[in-house]
Design a protein around this ligand. Structure first.
Ligand code: MCA
Ligand code: AMP
Length: 465
């Protein structure tokens, strides 16, 4: 899977962050040392703080064939405990000191292993699980999505073809290292395809503008902030490709980036469960509000509520299903992996879309109001509601996404509470238990929630409250 890292010539400045640079051989040596230490483990977790240690830890686990579970560094205690327990990770790779409630998991420092280990005698088979990424569903705590080495390789090769991504590229981004965007595309991409990686730790306009590169990755919030920082946007004129994904890119941001940087962003679409499946091409058209064509090997179709397949006429709106070599193995469940519910081999994405006669895909929205996209992060309403309900004064809670100029959507909670409770108290209460981006930005205290005759909360009515 890590072809360029393993077989490529040394590259002195292969991976860098603002404070540190590592050659390809240094990274490989460090990763091999970690691989030796964890070989044979069923699964290991990593405290996925943005930086070189996380990159070395993930690389080491991939070389050893040990599935790795990245934990968001800001995950609150509830989320962190859930991921460690649910994944049954044998070991937590982390440089920082242990946190409360972690006494049961064994820890191993990452930077302590910074030495040159030997290559494992055999590389893992392609069908082996490589990553377990925790992602939100509409209800309950996040689920571990199991992704194989083969899916990662297929996904990156599809993107290499669409984006003409080669060993000549220098990729710049500052996205988190525990999701597909920042970790799979943003770290494993350069390690498979070659070239250099500049991770800026934070995805700020100033850091993007000040870091030379040929490809830049961002979520729409990042591009929107760059569009509002004209000097940084103009500095990107040197780039070959500006890529946006993880959430819808607003047309005004697309146009502004085009105007300031001299090129329109390439949009691509994907999911944790499917990796990236649809994209505009480096040598092709870029259209505001459209996410392009299926990658090589990927098939897509639209279906209506009765499971009828809809025509690709640019007008019929249906839910998007995708098939191909990049699909997940399944969800982690107990000691095993639960296969996803496919329909004729297609994964139902839950996204509502149109497909034109020319094959171009437009994502219209999501079928469920219970999955919120905020700053490119997927947040399940149920998980936030469950956290709110842990507060002794909260009697009922309903969470939705409401429009937000910077984040696309913001997590908004409607709460029925007893006694006097301040919205800010609840925001901090959730931030302590879940990752900071899952905290509500707005809490509305209401006397009651709108319910239908069956007693079910009518979330569609909440946005008007
Ligand atoms: C704020 N903070 C708090 C609180 N309020 N901490 C505790 N309690 C509070 N009440 C802290 C946060 O921890 C954080 O600290 C800082 O304040 C700002 O947090 P936040 O509000 O989240 O930051 P932001 O500036 O609004 O973030 C915008 C962002 C971020 C940088 C665009 O949303 C982001 O990185 N998004 C990327 C998401 C992504 O990679 N998605 C890909 C999913 P500190 O600054 O110290 O951390 S993969 C996917 O979707 C598919 C496959 C695809 O298609 O790619
Ligand atoms: P996640 O599993 O966090 O990876 O989120 C996947 C979801 O992000 C998809 O189901 C879409 O709703 C959304 N998404 C990803 N890329 C795009 C895009 N380019 N345009 C619109 N929505 C997107």
């Amino acid at each position: 899977m890590l072809t360029a890292l393993i077989t490529g010539d040394d590259l002195e400045d292969a991976v860098s962050t603002p404070g540190e640079t590592m050659s390809r051989h240094e990274l490989l040596g460090w990763a091999c040392a970690i691989a030796e230490r964890i070989a044979g483990a069923e699964r290991v977790a990593v405290d996925a703080k943005a930086g070189l240690p996380t990159i070395a830890a993930v690389t080491g686990a991939l070389l050893a064939g040990v599935p790795i579970v990245p934990i968001p560094p800001d995950a609150g205690e509830l989320e962190r405990a859930h991921i460690l327990r649910d994944s049954q990770a044998a070991l937590l790779l982390a440089d920082d000191a242990a946190r409360a409630g972690e006494s049961l998991v064994q820890r191993m420092g990452i930077s302590d292993q910074k030495q040159s280990g030997s290559m494992p005698p055999e590389l893992p088979e392609a069908k082996r699980p490589a990553l377990v990424l925790y992602t939100s569903g509409t209800t309950g705590p996040p689920k571990g999505v199991v992704i194989s080495h083969a899916a990662l390789a297929a996904g990156l090769d599809g993107l290499a073809e669409a984006w003409q991504w080669t060993a000549e590229d220098t990729l710049v981004h500052g996205l988190p290292l525990y999701h597909v965007h920042g970790l799979v595309l943003g770290v494993l991409g350069p390690l498979r395809l070659g070239g250099r990686l500049r991770h800026t730790i934070k995805p700020t306009p100033q850091l993007y503008g000040g870091t030379p590169g040929s490809m830049y990755f961002g979520v729409p919030t990042v591009w929107s902030r760059i569009a509002n920082a004209p000097e940084s946007a103009r500095a990107l004129r040197r780039a070959r490709l500006l890529v946006s994904g993880s959430a819808p890119l607003p047309a005004p941001v697309f146009s502004k980036i085009h105007e300031l940087s001299g090129q329109a962003p390439v949009e691509r679409y994907g999911m944790t469960e499917t990796l990236i499946t649809v994209s505009a091409r480096a040598d092709g058209e870029r259209r505001a509000g459209q996410v392009g064509l299926p990658l090589s090997g990927v098939r897509t179709r639209l279906v209506d509520e009765s499971a009828n397949v809809l025509p690709h006429d640019g007008e019929s709106i249906g839910t998007l299903q995708v098939a191909g070599p990049t699909l997940l193995d399944g969800y982690l469940r107990g000691d095993g992996i639960e296969a996803p519910e496919l329909v004729d081999g297609y994964f139902p994405t839950g996204d509502v879309a149109t497909v034109g006669p020319d094959g171009w895909h437009r994502i219209v929205g999501r079928a469920s109001t219970d999955l919120i996209k905020t700053g490119g992060y997927r947040v399940g309403a149920g998980e936030v509601e469950d956290a709110l309900l842990l507060h002794p004064a909260v009697r009922e809670a309903a969470v939705i996404g409401t429009p937000h100029a910077d984040l696309g959507e913001q997590v908004t909670a409607f709460v029925v509470a007893s006694g006097s409770l301040k919205p800010d108290e609840l925001i901090v209460f959730v931030a302590e238990r879940l990752a900071a981006h899952k905290r509500p930005r707005v809490v509305r205290l209401v006397d009651e929630l709108p319910r239908n005759g069956m007693g079910k909360v009518q979330k569609k009515l909440l946005s008007g409250f």
